[in-house]
Design a protein around this ligand. Sequence first.
Ligand code: FAD
Length: 360
Amino acid sequence: AQSSDQPWDAVVIGAGQAGLSAAHHLRRRGVPTLVLDGNDAPGGAWQHRWDSLRMDGVHGVADLPGAPAPPRGPQRANEVLPAWFAAYEAEQGIEVVRPVRVTRVESEGELLRVRADDRSWLTRTLVNATGTWERPFVPTYPGQETFSGEQLHASGYRGAEAFRGRRVVVVGGGASAVQLLGEIAPVTDTLWVTRREPVWAGDTDEFDGTAIVRAVEERVVAGLPPASVVSVTGLRLRPQEQAAAARGAYERHPMFVRVEPDGVRMPDGTFEPADVILWATGFRPDVSHLAPLGLRSPLGGITLLPGPNGPQSATTAAADPRVQLVGYGPSASTIGGNRGGLAAAIAIVKHLRSAHPAGS
Ligand code: FAD
């Protein structure tokens, strides 16, 4: 077992956009920092996104601190963005120890112990930047376990060809559902179900990725709860989704009430046959390793203290100011991850100074 009882000043868990931003700002401030990441290679969640997600299809990726984001274009996002992250780590001299999957973080007196199976590290502060990709969310519906077809979450999507000739029920009202229907409907029969009526953007609204990300940000700056890109801008169909639209794929149906072995039962009692249920139902923060710290509020979330610029820069856990969460809540986007990384570094320097004043 490798372990060191010499504490780090900061440990960053996760080397996606949020973790790399935090690591960059901590390095600039001269804070000895260890960065751990569960993946085998650079790229955060981007390396796992489906092959058909192109740079033209992402909403807009924010620059990393000091490194402009790659341009839009037909290239695969799961190649371009990981290569950009890898170059960034090398150029910035950010050494990421990987693959290391953190299983538990515990409090040990004034310090935190970060555990990954039989390895552990001590640290004065922690930046959690573990994203959401590894915690896909699938809601529960009666009869789900009786389904004889295939059920998969969007995170497991590998391309439309796998569904050819099979009837696919796509669940979810977000951008993933719209994009996946755009690919699947041209090769097979689909049925789209959502809990709420989808909100479409007006025809005249221009598609501008940067403006969209800004719109999400402005909501947060205004003190509103963080929202998904789609809830702010509405859904829109891109040229590559027109074929699916022509086939009626975007005719939305209400959520089914029950899953049966060969399909789904609709609220009006009709039966819709299905071979596949594709859950495009989102993700949850991947924070179970923080459970021993008892950060959760009675409402189930982790309360963050307002940051220096208000809620949009909130990263410090109210229950334990040694812990920063970036890419969580207000900072769960690439632009938010960047900003969160800076706010976390500032908060950490402040915490280290107050806990160990110079000369004490
Ligand atoms: P991630 O990129 O998920 O990185 C987290 C890292 O932490 C991973 O490398 C993971 O291995 C590691 N990790 C997790 N758990 C552990 C652990 N226990 N121990 C060690 N390491 C761990 N946002 C935008 O701003 N623009 C977009 O265009 C956009 N498109 C998107 C498209 C899709 C399909 C999805 C699902 C999301 C999209 N988002 C987009 C949201 C965006 O991906 C995220 O907000 C952002 O990239 C997440 O960065 P992150 O650093 O928080 O997390």
